[in-house]
Design a protein around this ligand. Sequence first.
Ligand code: ADP
Length: 607
Amino acid sequence: MAPNNNQSVPPVPILSENRHSGIPANLADKANAAKARVWKNKTFSGITQRQGELPVLPPGIERQKFNAAIDELKQLLGPEHVVINDKPLEDGWYLEHPNTHDAFHLFDPNDTVSSAAVYPGSTEDVVTIVKWANRYEIPLWPISMGRNLGYGGAAPRVRGSIVVDLGKRMNRVLNIDPEQCSCLVEPGVSYYKLYEEVKKSGYPLMIDPPDLGGGSVLGNAIDRGVGYTPMGDHFANHCGLEVVTPTGEVIRTGMGALPGQNGADNPTWQAFQYGYGPYVDGIFSQSNFGIVTKMGMWLMPETESLTFMATFPRDEDFEDIIEIIRGLMVRRIMGNVPQLRHVIQELAVTGKNRKEFYDGQGQMPRDVIRKHASKMTCGDCGWVFYGCLYGTPRAIQESLEVVKSEFSKIPGVRFLFPKDVPEDHYLHSRARVCAGIPEIRELEWLNWKNNGSHLFFSPICPTKREDARRVIDIAIRVHREYGFDLFPTFCIAPREMHLIVNIVYDRSSQDEKRRAIAAIRKMIDECAEAGYGEYRTHILLADQVMHTYSWNGKSLLRFHEQIKDALDPKGILAPGRNGIWPRKYRGQGWELLGKGRETSTPEKSKL
Ligand code: ADP
């Protein structure tokens, strides 16, 4: 179906109008403008018609049994809280994302679909759902917000799973503690919402948002996402969980396991991470071992910050730049998560379609990037560094002097501060993110292509020259081979770097989707051979990535499987998430281990 680009773009949902997934009113104009740009680049409707009998059923469940089970679930939770997935699949947009399928599909949109969505209103409701799922052996796929775009969005790995959409009704900030600098949140609290609530509280506290503020604070932390302040490692800064296990037990981790006085929550639940005994929080991150219903998170006391960019003229100074950054970071001169990006990203964050820069096929040539960059604020350069310094104004100035003197070892380095760049320059949006103010700017990337979608390739490597070179060379070569522009961002910690490569593709094109998958599969394999593994990946690539963690005959995977089988004997919770399959799915070809089929489901499964 052709889109109607003249049609007015429906306005975005607003947070204060009781839409948990909406945007704060003060960002609405920006969001509407961003959405209008995406609409301009739409050449197809983004709506997929359905085929066959609906809803798609979970494996091994007959329709009659499914219908009876759904009737029971409706009785248990209220019919309005169970919605069957039988309508056309709408890809929507960032703020109106679907919970029915992957909005940035890599296979047919009909492939990774749910059978229904259920909306629990409390931890007790989650227990009810889990017990129901065990009775019928129906797989569940929990999401907090479902905005995990580039990693599978809200889509379940197993077709016909029931999406447990926790965010819609469980979206309260339960506590903000100004002395301990911490908060307790439910799954549906976005960074936008947490920011608003902290502001409303009047406490001098800061949050750590990732690039976009619409994700769930809880979901992002347990998927081990990153932000950019000194508290950028989100999982490391969480403190205490409440979890419903796959058989419907409720546990609290850390100090939460020790009841507070007179039935109150333990006063150190958000203060001390470990409690007593084995530290189990880790097994609830990037796993299918439990549904997290509450999470404690540390906050930062409000502090001054200075965001800056540094441009380096020559591509080939890359290794020297990495060495200098490591030196600054291990000495804690820079204490946040800075980014090193290639100059092509300066073109992409303008939100313009690549055709406005270059209309050729294949990769945009280096001299074309150079020609455009030389007319922009960044000038003709190779690498662009975005950093931020924190503390008192004096401490910031002292650190800045050290940073300047170190970076000056690279010939031609230029420093730019927010006061030096135009109002609409990306540096201002980085400055806000680094100051704890959630943003929407990063979406502009998607306009690079018509029907822009993205897939993240995210390997980890040491913050060292040889490793950085090896990893980037793999990405450069494979992107060239498959005809994609390369958007590398190194998110840098003292000892390791997350290289986040954003593969932007047109999801209306089968060819682009196939090339995107082929390219990422090749990079995963080549990086693994060189000793580098992904920190996170798309649901359809999880098996391949998990199997690269293969030391000692994949003994770690076997350990995960042992835990899975012990905790989830019926195999109902998120089968296949992170490449961990319950016993009843194993050995039947569910794993997607590389080239081959373009469906998530094996041809022959005994389920
Ligand atoms: P966000 O909207 O923050 O980007 P999602 O809600 O999509 O993130 O969560 C990312 C992934 O993490 C989901 O696909 C799901 O597999 C898992 N997940 C999210 N929330 C929970 C939860 N509360 N309990 C268990 N797993 C979760």
